[in-house]
Design a binder for this molecule. Structure first.
Ligand SMILES: C[S@@+](CC[C@H](N)C(=O)[O-])C[C@H]1O[C@@H](n2cnc3c(N)ncnc32)[C@H](O)[C@@H]1O
Length: 237
């Protein structure tokens, strides 16, 4: 690995991400600073940050997927869109990946909540390439200028009604043809639906919009009543 004297955790998924039995780790793009009190493993030239699968649907998806976990992640240097950024827990790990070793990646991180934006803005000061946006996933007119080209990776975690149609329309507008979209679906956020009916409805909506559904990952045990839908980019963009 060439990452100093301490033994790196687990096995590599890429230069930026490793995986052990407890979950993934990312090579920090901002060593010396923890974001949510996560476990840090130091090396001579930097450090690995444990990515807590109980605090991140992307991390739990990496553990639960039946396919190659690395395909669920963007690569260094890519431009990605994150809708429902919260306080930056998962965003910080995605930033570690796309800005790995100084790569010119960009994470456009959108959230409705001013309190979340305060934390995201603080995070972005030490993490060039992280672009915090106070905005509404349903109203891209307010923030689309910050994403000058299509994103290779779109993740949505807004936990509100009509999650699937918000995601479908964001991917139609912003996901690159060979990109990948991940929708974290909170079953309780769409009232009147049980898990089976909601899953079928989302699958129908994605098919109608011509997205290839690759996998639906059940996050039960990490995030109850959450499904993670994984789709390929739009056929034409
Ligand atoms: C479950 S939290 C996100 C947690 C975050 N993804 C993480 O892993 O750390 C959901 C977030 O979605 C935001 N949200 C809800 N509706 C939204 C919308 N229409 N546009 C943007 N953000 C929204 C909320 O303010 C909240 O911060």
């Amino acid at each position: 690995m060439g990452r100093g004297s301490a033994k790196p955790p687990g096995r590599p998924l890429s230069d930026a991400v490793r995986m052990d039995g407890s979950g993934p780790w990312t090579w920090s793009a901002n060593p010396g600073q923890s974001v949510y009190n996560e476990t840090i493993r130091k090396g001579k030239h930097g450090e690995w940050r444990r990515w807590d699968p109980r605090r991140s649907k992307v991390a739990s998806g990496l553990l639960r997927t039946t396919g190659a976990p690395e395909r669920l992640l963007p690569s260094p240097g890519e431009h990605v869109l994150y809708l429902g950024a919260g306080h930056g827990t998962t965003v910080s790990h995605i930033h570690d990946v796309v800005c790995h070793d100084g790569a010119p990646g960009r994470v456009v991180a959108v959230d409705l909540s001013p309190r979340c934006l305060r934390d995201l803005t603080r995070l972005s000061r030490a993490r060039p390439g992280l672009v915090p946006v106070l905005g509404d996933a349903r109203r891209p007119e307010g923030w689309r200028a910050l994403l000058p080209r299509r994103a290779t990776w779109v993740f949505q975690d807004v936990a509100q009604a009509h999650q699937a149609s918000i995601f479908t329309s964001a991917c139609e507008r912003f996901l690159a043809p060979k990109g990948r979209g991940l929708l974290s679906l909170k079953v309780e956020s769409d009232r009147g639906s049980d898990a089976g009916a909601l899953r079928a409805k989302v699958e129908r909506e994605l098919a109608e919009a011509d997205f290839a559904l690759e996998e639906v990952i059940n996050l039960e045990g990490f995030e109850d009543k959450h499904l993670l839908f994984v789709v390929g980019g739009p056929p034409s963009a």
